[in-house]
Design a binder for this molecule. Structure first.
Ligand code: IPD
Length: 269
C-alpha cells in the first residue's frame, strides 16, 4: 500500500530544500539560457535541468518504484513505476524571475497517489519561505497553519494571474484582463504560478486564476490553496486544469468564476 501523505511530505520537503539550495547557488554563480522551448522567451536555464536531475536522483534513491513527471525531462523517469505514487516536479517555477534575479521563484514538488495529489511543498528559493500541505492535513507556511481570507468582495479583491508564452494566448489573456481590471482592486502578475497559489492560500493576494497551466505549475500550490480552505476549480464545475485554474476563498469564488466565464477566460488558443 502507498505511504501516508505525511511520509511523502517529509521526503518532499527534504528533496525540495536540497533542490532550492542548488538553484540558489547556481543563481549566485550566474545564469545563462541553456535552450528555449515553445517560444524564444520560454527559456530553460542550466539550473532548471541540473535541479530537476538532482530531484529525480534524490527521489529515485528513496523511492525507486515511483513514477516522476518533471517539467524538463517529462515522464522519462516514470519507466518501471509500480508503486501507485507519482511525483510532479517543477525544478524552478518562475524561470523568468530566476533569469532576471527577481526574488520570486520556487521549487515545487508534489506527490500523487493513484492520481490524486496528497502532499506538496513549494519553497521560494531566494527567501526560503516554504509552504506545505497534505490532503486532509491542512496547509502550512513555515510551521504556521494557513487559513484563507474571508469576506472579500470582487470589487476589493487583489487578483493574481499569469500569462502563457504563446503570443496568441497572451493576446487573449490581455483582453480578459482589460475587462476584469475595472471590477477588481487590482491585478498582480508576479511570475510564478506555484507561489501565486501559496500567496492566495494565506490571503497575501485574495484570489488567483490562470489559463494554460501544466500539472507541475499547479500540483503542489493547488493543494496548499485547497487545504487552506480556498475553492480550487475550473469553469462550470470542471476540476482545475489546463483550461483554467481559479483559486479563491469560497465567497469570492462564484463572482470571480462568473466574471471569468463571461469573459471566456478559458477560451482562445
Ligand atoms: C510559468 C510561471 C508563470 C506562469 C506560466 C508558467 P515557468 O512557469 O509559473 O507565472 O504564468 O504560465 O509557465 O516557465 O516559470 O516554470
Amino acid at each position: 500500500s502507498a505511504p501516508a501523505p505525511a511520509e511523502l511530505l517529509t521526503i518532499a520537503i527534504d528533496v525540495a530544500r536540497q533542490a532550492a539550495a542548488t538553484a540558489y547557488r547556481m543563481r549566485a554563480e550566474g545564469v545563462s539560457v541553456a535552450a528555449t522551448k515553445s517560444t524564444v522567451t520560454d527559456v530553460v536555464t542550466a539550473a532548471d535541468r541540473a535541479v530537476e536531475r538532482q530531484v529525480l536522483d534524490a527521489l529515485h534513491r528513496v523511492r525507486p518504484d515511483d513514477a516522476v513527471l518533471g517539467e524538463e525531462y517529462g515522464a522519462g523517469a516514470a519507466d518501471g513505476a509500480v508503486s501507485g505514487v507519482r511525483w510532479i516536479v517543477d525544478p524552478i517555477d518562475g524561470t523568468v524571475n530566476y533569469l532576471y534575479g527577481l526574488p520570486y521563484c520556487a521549487v515545487s514538488l508534489a506527490a500523487e497517489v493513484d492520481g490524486e495529489v496528497v502532499a506538496g511543498v513549494v519553497r521560494n528559493l531566494v527567501t526560503g519561505e516554504e509552504w506545505t500541505a497534505t490532503a486532509g492535513g491542512g496547509a502550512w507556511r513555515d510551521g504556521q497553519r494557513l487559513r484563507c481570507s474571508t469576506e472579500v468582495d470582487l470589487g476589493q479583491a487583489l487578483v493574481a494571474t499569469g500569462f502563457g508564452y504563446d503570443p496568441a494566448r497572451r493576446s487573449h489573456q490581455a483582453r480578459v484582463i482589460a475587462e476584469l481590471i475595472p471590477h477588481v482592486r487590482d491585478i498582480r502578475r508576479l511570475g510564478a504560478a506555484a507561489l501565486d497559489l501559496c500567496l492566495a492560500a494565506e490571503g497575501r493576494v485574495d484570489a488567483y486564476y490562470e489559463k494554460g497551466l501544466a500539472a507541475w505549475d499547479q500540483a503542489a500550490g493547488g493543494l496548499v490553496a485547497a487545504e487552506a480552505g480556498l475553492r480550487v476549480a475550473g469553469l462550470g464545475g470542471l476540476p482545475a486544469g489546463p483550461d483554467l485554474v481559479i483559486a479563491a476563498p469560497p465567497a469570492l469564488f462564484a463572482p470571480l468564476h462568473d466574471r471569468l466565464a463571461d469573459l471566456d477566460a478559458s477560451g482562445g488558443p
